[in-house]
Design a protein around this ligand. Sequence first.
Ligand code: SF4
Length: 285
Amino acid sequence: MNYQNCTLCPRRCGVDRSKGELGYCRCPDTALVAKTMLHHWEEPALALSGGSGAIFFGGCTLGCSYCQNRTISRAPEGTPANSRQLRQMMEQLIAQGAENIDLVTPTQFLPTIIPALSKPLPVPVVYNCGGYELAENVRAMAGLVDIWLPDMKYADDNLAFQLSGVKNYFDMACSAIRQMVRQTGAVRWQGEKVVRGVIIRHLILPGQVENSLKVLDWIGQTFAPGEVLVSLMRQYTPMPGMPAPFDRPITEEEYESVLSWMYLNDLEGFTQEDTSASNDYIPQF
Ligand code: SF4
C-alpha cells in the first residue's frame, strides 16, 4: 500500500499523493491526527474501565452528509504525524491506561499507520472504520488488527449514494467484512472484554427501517450465531440543513422495530441508551 497510486479505498482515485495530488478524500501523504483521547463511549466490551485509546484521524473516504465528526472529516484537519510519532501516541495512550488502541477512520493513512504497528502492542488494536474498505487491503493487514469495528451503514445502494456519495457501498462492505471475519475468526472474549473478532456497527437512520432490516438480514444469513457481534446505534443526530426525514432523530417505534429484528435474527451484541441521540456524545475536536 502506498500514496503514489492511491488505491487505499474502493474509490481507487489513482492519484499520486506524494506529489501533492488530491483524491476524493483530499488527504495528504502524512497522517493527520485530529485528537487522541481515552474514549469512554465506545462499546462497553471495548472501553471497559480504562477507555479506548482513540486516535481520531482527519479526513474520510466516505462523505456522509450526517457525519458527526464533520469538522475533521470534510476538510481534513489534524496535526501531521509520521509513523514514529504515531507509535509514540499509541504508547502514551497505553501508559495512561488505554484498554486498546482504537484507530478511528484510519483507511486514508494506511501507509503511515502500518509501520507504526509493525512491533506488537501489549493491548488489542481496533480498526474503527466506515465499512467502505477494499477486501485486499484488509487481507494485507492480517496480523496487525485484533478487533475490526466496521460500520455496515447501507444495504440500499441508492441510500448510500444519496447520503454518502458512494455507488458500491454494499458490495464493498460485504466483501471487506467477510475478509475481516476470515482473519480473526469468531469473537473471542476474556471475561467482559472482547480481545479478538469483528463487531459490526449499524446506525439506524430516520425513515429507513427497511435498510436496517436488510443489513441485519445479511449479517444473520452470512455468519453463525455469536460469530460476530452487532452494535446497534440509535444516536443519529440531525445536522443543520438536512432534508426530511433526515432532519429528526429516529423514533422509539423505528428503534424497537430494528431491535426486534436483531433478536429475531439471533444476533448478539450491544444496544444504546435513548439518551445517546444528543450532541453531548460528539467529541469536540
Ligand atoms: S484514500 Fe482518498 S485518495 Fe486514496 S483512493 Fe480513497 S478517497 Fe481516493
